[in-house]
Design a protein around this ligand. Structure first.
Ligand SMILES: Cc1ncc(COP(=O)(O)O)c(C=O)c1O
Length: 486
């Protein structure tokens, strides 16, 4: 006889089943992680799609064991493992155990961080973490913020605030609003401008220097040009850790320019926020304390599982632009009675208690522990840069300010044909991923295809980097040989 669906509900009657199931899930993941010899199986998407074809979602398997067996086949067997030392591709970090503990707790309790009557202590946990982060940044006594789903959402909210502050209620000003960001800023800046009705053209690209950092002189000129053209600069977005290069815009100099022009400064520290807890390199963020708003992504450089991210603001009043009072949820009288809620500050309504992961991380290992992990990937990047500089098969683009290395396979004997070299670099990346031995990223620099290591795993070593460089070289060399033979 099939068990009644009520037996699947999590409640006091099912706590033993809950313990067993969570244990089974953890055991399954542990077995796969222990067995993972490479970061990826290299499976082709068509082969994986074939595994899904016979699955009929209207024909349940009836028990968790069967469902987990199936899951192992369609997901875990071919998952991309960020904990593996040769996963060197995107801004994904391995996660720390206290955060996984937090994830287990928050999912089961399932608090929603909108109103007090759906969250109680969870709201206070989030508020303390926001205050702690704002304190680390140095935003001052009026600071506030809210957890978000990621850097994209944080940037969107920051630019929503900038737009509404600049409009001052006068919608006729909208077409004249401008946002200034370096050409190495994250694409979510342009996307936000579009979503906010300003249009992608509202984003003015400010020249970056050879180190891919915003040039403050170019910023000053761009602002002057805006004023001459009758445009209204709503915000300057400085990046503390660009996605491609990990470059950090000169925050103090940029803040000086913003102050002279009376323009809001938003700092996108989605990647560089790990420096907030670095025992040795906090000074690389000097000037961030002058920002009006800051994006931090704990799921990038604090070793937190996705999602864990926040937007911080210097002045709590800035968050009102996301607020709305609904009779059924957060009537104004609740706020007037001093009952705390987070929905007044957020773009979301129902929202995960992601803050709990960071809370347990800080309570178990402390900020210095997280900072030491981040420091070790910065050390690795410096070693990797030295390795690449010595290696005549590759040309490295910039010295890392964080943990990203961008380079191109371009050995001395390589043909002069830049498009052929582009194709060899592209092929090397894809062939490496298809082999599963390692995963690296790629990007285009000055119109040419490059390879990229994003180092966020303290367990990766310079020996791993050396092995991966040899593999890339072998794939690129084989590509050229095949091309020449053809
Ligand atoms: C500098 C920067 N800002 C924002 C983002 C977007 O963050 P998320 O992917 O968490 O939305 C990224 C993502 O890589 C980033 O590198």
């Amino acid at each position: 006889m099939k068990p009644h669906p009520q037996a699947q509900l999590f409640n006091s009657a099912s706590v033993d089943a809950y313990r067993g199931l969570v244990g089974e899930g953890a055991d399954l993941v542990a077995r796969h992680v222990a067995a993972a010899r490479s970061p990826f199986s290299g499976i082709d998407h068509r082969a994986l799609e074939r595994e899904f074809a016979p699955i009929d979602l209207d024909a349940p398997l009836g028990d968790a064991d069967a469902a987990l067996d199936e899951l192992a086949r369609v997901y875990l067997r071919d998952a991309v493992w960020f904990h593996h030392p040769r996963y060197l591709a995107h801004l994904n970090c391995p996660v720390v155990l206290p955060a996984l503990l937090g994830e287990t707790v928050l999912t089961a309790v399932n608090s929603s961080l909108d109103t007090w009557d759906q969250s109680a202590g969870a709201t206070l946990v989030e508020r303390r973490l926001i205050a702690w982060t704002a304190g680390r940044i140095g935003l001052g006594p009026g600071a506030d913020g809210v957890f978000t789903s990621g850097g994209t959402q944080s940037n969107l909210q920051a630019l929503l605030i900038a737009r509404d502050e600049a409009l001052g209620g006068d919608l006729a000003r909208l077409p004249r609003l401008r946002i200034l960001a370096s050409d190495a800023a994250h694409f979510s800046v342009v996307k936000s401008a579009r979503l906010l009705g300003m249009g992608a053209n509202a984003v003015v690209a400010v020249r970056a220097d050879d180190e891919r950092r915003m040039d403050p002189v170019a910023l000053e000129r761009a602002l002057e040009r805006c004023h001459r053209a009758g445009e209204l600069p709503a915000a300057v977005v400085a990046t503390a850790g660009t996605t491609d290069f990990g470059s950090i815009d000169p925050l103090s100099a940029v803040a000086d320019v913003c102050a002279r022009h009376g323009v809001r400064l938003h700092v996108d520290a989605a990647y560089g926020c790990g420096l907030l807890v670095s025992p040795t390199r906090r000074d690389r963020l000097d000037g961030i304390e002058r920002a009006d708003s800051v994006t931090v992504d704990f799921h990038k450089s604090f070793f937190q599982p996705v999602s864990s991210s926040a937007l911080l603001v210097r002045d709590t009043a800035a968050l009102r632009h996301a607020g709305h009072h609904a009779d059924y949820l957060n009537p104004r009288r609740m706020a007037e009675r001093g009952i705390p809620n987070q929905v007044d500050k957020s773009l979301q309504t129902t929202r995960r208690f992601d803050a709990l992961k960071l809370w347990l991380t800080l309570r178990v290992m402390g900020a210095d522990g997280v900072g030491a992990l981040f420091d070790s990937v910065l050390d690795l990047a410096a070693e990797g840069h030295a390795l690449l500089t010595r290696d005549r098969r590759f040309r490295v683009v910039v010295e890392p300010q964080l943990s990203t290395l961008v380079f191109r396979w371009q050995p001395p004997h390589a043909p002069a044909d830049a498009s052929l070299l582009d194709a060899a670099n592209l092929h090397a990346r894809e062939a490496l991923a298809a082999s599963g031995a390692a995963v690296v990223a790629g990007t285009v620099v000055d119109g040419r295809h490059h390879l990229k290591f994003t180092l966020l795993n303290p367990a990766s070593t310079v020996a791993d980097l050396a092995v991966v460089l040899d593999l890339l070289d072998a794939h690129a060399t084989a590509y050229l040989a095949a091309d020449q033979a053809a």
